[in-house]
Design a protein around this ligand. Structure first.
Ligand code: HAS
Ligand code: CU
Length: 550
């Protein structure tokens, strides 16, 4: 199986990647259907009564956990394991560790699924105390997080082995992106590790009676903000390092790409309070610092916007595109993987802007806890990330199974439907939010829904229905590829590894080392969180008992 860097993944490794992606995708499939039911609920049509689900909140918890926690984490686990082995041209350090990690995470997911399906964990994906779930839910999520840390360990050990044999060489870009993502995540995950192991689990097991909701939320958002970059950076890896090749172009700037990834290590972390502007118990000063740094973490994404756009342009022009915008038409729009990613970017530009609205300390008052927030994150994680992962699946699944993609045209239609469906749904949600509609509320059964929300919710429901059709098409293409795809070595595709525009450009050491950036992250976290956390720990807050109202 020769591909563009000549490396062949071993059979066992390909199976591992497929296993991760399979579990992730299965959860996405269910998660999407639940999303459709929620959209309908807000439009006044209760589909829950036809299922075994008890109510909206159980469905919403499953929708959130399946889509943003399990689909993303498992897809990323598979994808990053794949690109690291491929880029270093060697198997991951330990095969046993790889499989042990996979099974550990799978056991975790089974526990989480059981708790959710039996209505024992209807606490929504943010696990906000004092909403209380069954210990299996918290324990299962702990196993998943431990699994991701084992993946980090395996990748780092692979990196060390490669580095020993290749002193002085710059880290191959795909592996560099994977390492930056996982190192950032390793730092970020400490928040929920402490929250789950020392607060939520003992409390749900009945070992302690009370929990401090503010401390618990603060630890959650310590991880909960950077987790969005844990989802996003693998999509960025595709936009920077793969997509340019798919459009026949080159990566516009290798140093800029490296800098963007490295900046996410220190800047992703010290911003969690932008989720807590309206929480009591956190001083205005610390909230303001986090607001300021949120604008800083906006920057590497702006750099990405310009770099990926310029890379696409090199492709469009190489294909004969002329004029200011003529190159856009020349992009290979018949390739579903390209179309899906280009459309994901367009909506992400809007998602990024709505992020600025959220981040603005005072404007946040208007949108916090309203439907505006789901409007924001369906453009970011729901499109930039999910649609890009689908785009990756369109070449990776053929590559891994040795079967050509079935239904290319259907796949292109799927991408456009996702784009229009999400544009409509997100527009409806944001509109409802600005009219004051609360998020996470079973509004379909509320007696007080004002008429101005109704039109917005109908827009969202129509968008949700289009998305559901798109989801069905996506899974049809994947399943038919696996069952009926024409057999061909590497599924007729190569790993689309992009070359930089300036080949062999010298890379300064600080753009190929992680340690200084990790150090920077640690210092920033201590300064921006330390005193606030000490204040919470010493506040003498009596805490709260648990509630399971749904
Ligand atoms: Fe966010 C809430 C601020 C990015 C996800 N966010 C959320 C929640 C989620 C989420 C899930 O400050 C809800 C959590 C909950 O349940 O309560 N967010 C931001 C900011 C950014 C941002 C400033 N968010 C993301 C990403 C996510 C995500 C990425 C998932 C993957 N967000 C907030 C804030 C809140 C929040 C507040 C709390 C609100 C509240 O009150 O509760 C930035 O990082 C965004 C940067 C993005 C850009 C766009 C770059 C554009 C690119 C593409 C350009 C290419 C083009 C090419 C146009 C600067 C790279 C076109 C193509 C051709 C075909 C030519
Ligand atoms: Cu955030």
């Amino acid at each position: 199986m020769a591909t563009s860097n000549g490396y062949t993944l071993q059979r066992g490794e390909r199976r591992l990647v497929l296993a991760y992606i399979g579990i992730g995708m299965a959860h996405l499939a269910v998660g999407l259907l639940l999303g459709f039911m929620q959209g309908m609920e807000h439009a006044g049509i209760d589909l829950y009564k036809y299922t075994f689900l008890r109510h909206y909140y159980q469905g919403l918890s499953m929708h959130g956990v399946f889509n943003v926690l399990i689909f993303t984490t498992f897809f990323i686990a598979g994808f990053l394991s794949f690109v690291t082995a491929y880029a270093f041209r060697r198997p991951l350090y330990s095969r046993q560790l790889s499989w042990a990690t996979f099974w550990l995470m799978t056991v975790g997911v089974v526990l989480v699924d059981w708790a959710l399906l039996t209505n024992r964990a209807s606490v929504l994906f943010t696990s906000y105390a004092p909403l209380k779930a069954h210990p299996a839910y918290y324990g299962g999520l702990v196993l998943v997080v431990v699994g991701t840390l084992l993946i980090l360990t395996n990748l780092l050990l692979t990196y060390i082995g490669w580095r020993r044999e290749n002193p002085g060489k710059p880290t191959p870009l795909l592996a560099f992106g994977a390492l930056a993502t996982m190192i950032m995540w390793g730092l970020a995950s400490t928040g929920i590790a402490v929250q789950f192991v020392f607060m939520l689990l003992p409390w749900s097991l009945g070992w302690v009676d009370a929990i401090d909701p503010i401390l618990s939320r603060t630890l959650f958002w310590f991880t909960g903000h950077p987790i969005v970059y844990f989802w996003l950076l693998p999509a960025y890896m595709s936009w920077y390092f793969l997509l340019p090749k798919q459009v026949g172009g080159r990566l516009f700037s290798e140093p800029l790409a490296r800098l963007a990834f490295l900046l996410f290590i220190p800047l992703s972390l010290p911003v969690g309070f932008h989720h807590q502007y309206l929480d009591p118990g956190v001083s205005v000063g610390y909230k303001a610092i986090h607001a300021f740094l949120t604008f800083a973490v906006f920057m590497p994404s702006m750099m990405t916007a310009f770099t990926v756009l310029a890379s696409l342009e090199t492709g469009g022009r190489a294909r004969g595109g002329k004029g200011w915008l003529g190159w856009i038409k020349k992009l290979p729009w018949s390739d579903p993987s390209v179309t899906a990613q280009a459309l994901a970017m367009v909506l992400f530009a809007l998602g990024g802007i709505s992020g600025l609205v959220n981040a603005s300390f005072t404007v946040n008052l208007v949108v916090h806890n309203t439907m505006f927030i789901p409007g924001h994150f369906h453009l970011t994680v729901g499109t930039a990330v999910a649609l890009t992962f689908m785009a990756i699946a369109y070449w990776l699944i053929p590559y891994l199974t040795g079967r050509k993609l079935w239904g290319r045209k259907i796949a292109v239609i799927q991408a456009w439907l996702w784009f229009f469906g999400m544009a409509l749904m997100s527009r409806g949600m944001s509109w409802a939010g600005m009219a004051g509609a609360p998020r996470r509320t079973a509004l379909g059964s509320a007696p007080y829904v004002p008429p101005e929300w109704v039109t917005a919710f109908n827009w969202a429901a129509v968008g949700g229905a289009i998305l559901t059709v798109s989801g069905v098409l996506f899974f049809t293409v994947l399943i038919m590829t696996a069952l009926r795809g024409q057999r061909e070595a590497t599924g007729g595709v190569e790993v689309p590894l992009a070359e930089p525009l300036i080949p062999d450009e010298p890379i300064p050491a600080y753009l190929d080392r992680f340690r200084p950036w990790v150090l920077g992250a640690t210092v920033l976290v201590i300064v921006t969180y330390g005193p606030a956390l000490v204040g919470m720990l010493t506040s003498g807050n009596p805490g709260s008992i648990g509630f399971s109202p749904f």
